[in-house]
Design a protein around this ligand. Structure first.
Ligand code: ADP
Ligand code: MG
Length: 305
């Protein structure tokens, strides 16, 4: 689906000729090149090293979870990939082309970004905000799809019933879903999501990760920053663990999510258990019985009749 999408973009008669040529060559490159490629990226801010020699790839069809403690550098790494954060060294490629070779307009059709601070407090309606996601396709044949794509994105994130309401009037979780709808409407082959589940209830967390998985199944590349490690274990194909500005592990969930490594990186005793049916990792801090609230024998839920 993504291949078809890229091909449609490349063949788009509305595209500028230079862009058509570039997109066509990038289309060839994207068959072999990862969707995202970061090599040896370093970032310094005010003399402090924020990222150091970070390398990381993400391929079409893949959900990659970025995990790591607060301040590890996850958002900074996403900002490097989007070009919002300058590096002091290293290379970034999107679909086989150096980041700097893409115009902003082309990038807007290739990758969508859900920022951690998605506090879009514009006095726009939810529908208007989602329509903004279509901006990169303006003036191309694909802008004929705008209404359908906006409707689908609202439906997928269950924000249709809020569509006429001003965005600031929504709850934090509703607003986060509306912001997700905006970047889904952008119809890019690469999705960069910074803590998209942070404000969401249990069901909507699962919904967001299911949407991400479905997009990957359709050929998109999804990079998602998550704090819930069990959620990462359940939905990611690959997990990249960042600590103090460095990649300390990169691999399949079972390889990265070990009690020893997580306990060290999070500076907290952590245990990894297995779901009895699915076998998926469940990650919990090891809590001392004296600190945790322990149920009394025979204690039952108030809902039990
Ligand atoms: P994460 O997303 O993993 O929680 P960030 O990438 O946001 O971490 O930040 C990594 C580190 O860089 C943090 O210690 C943060 O305080 C620092 N940092 C980020 N931006 C700046 C900035 N503009 N000036 C100084 N420090 C910064
Ligand atoms: Mg962050």
């Amino acid at each position: 689906m993504t291949g078809a999408r890229y091909a449609a973009g490349a063949a788009s008669p509305g595209a500028a000729s230079a862009e058509t040529t570039d997109a066509a060559s990038a289309g060839v490159a994207s068959v072999t090149a990862p969707a995202l490629r970061v090599r040896g990226a370093s970032v310094e801010i005010g003399g402090a090293s924020i990222l150091e020699d970070v390398s990381f790839d993400a391929a079409p069809g893949e959900v990659v979870a970025l995990i790591g403690p607060n301040g590890a550098g996850k958002s900074t790494l996403l900002a490097v990939v989007t070009g919002d954060q300058a590096t002091t060294g290293g290379e970034v490629e999107i679909a086989g082309r150096p980041l700097g070779a893409w115009s902003l307009k082309e990038l807007g059709r290739r990758r969508a970004v859900l920022l951690q601070q998605n506090g879009v407090f514009f006095p726009f309606s939810v529908r208007e905000v989602v329509e903004m996601g279509r901006a990169p396709w303006q003036g191309t044949p694909r802008d004929a799809d705008d209404d359908r794509v906006v409707d689908e994105s609202l439906a997928l994130t269950e924000t249709t019933r809020f569509q006429s309401r001003p965005l600031p009037s929504l709850s934090g979780g509703e607003r986060a879903r509306a912001s997700l709808a905006r970047i889904l409407a952008q119809e890019t082959g690469i999705l960069l999501l910074d803590e998209p589940t942070a404000a969401l209830d249990l069901r909507h967390q699962e919904d967001v990760l299911r949407i991400a998985r479905n997009r990957a199944r359709a050929g998109d590349c999804v990079v998602v920053v998550l704090h819930d490690l069990s959620l990462a274990a359940a939905y990611a194909d690959r997990i990249v663990l960042i600590h103090d500005g460095r990649v300390v592990a990169d691999g399949a969930p079972d390889a990265v999510l070990t009690g020893e490594l997580l306990s060290r990186v999070y500076d907290l005793p952590v245990e990894v258990m297995r779901h009895p049916v699915t076998g998926t990792a469940i990650i919990l801090p090891i809590r001392q019985p004296s600190a945790a609230r322990v149920a009394e024998p025979g204690e039952s839920s108030k809902e039990t009749p």
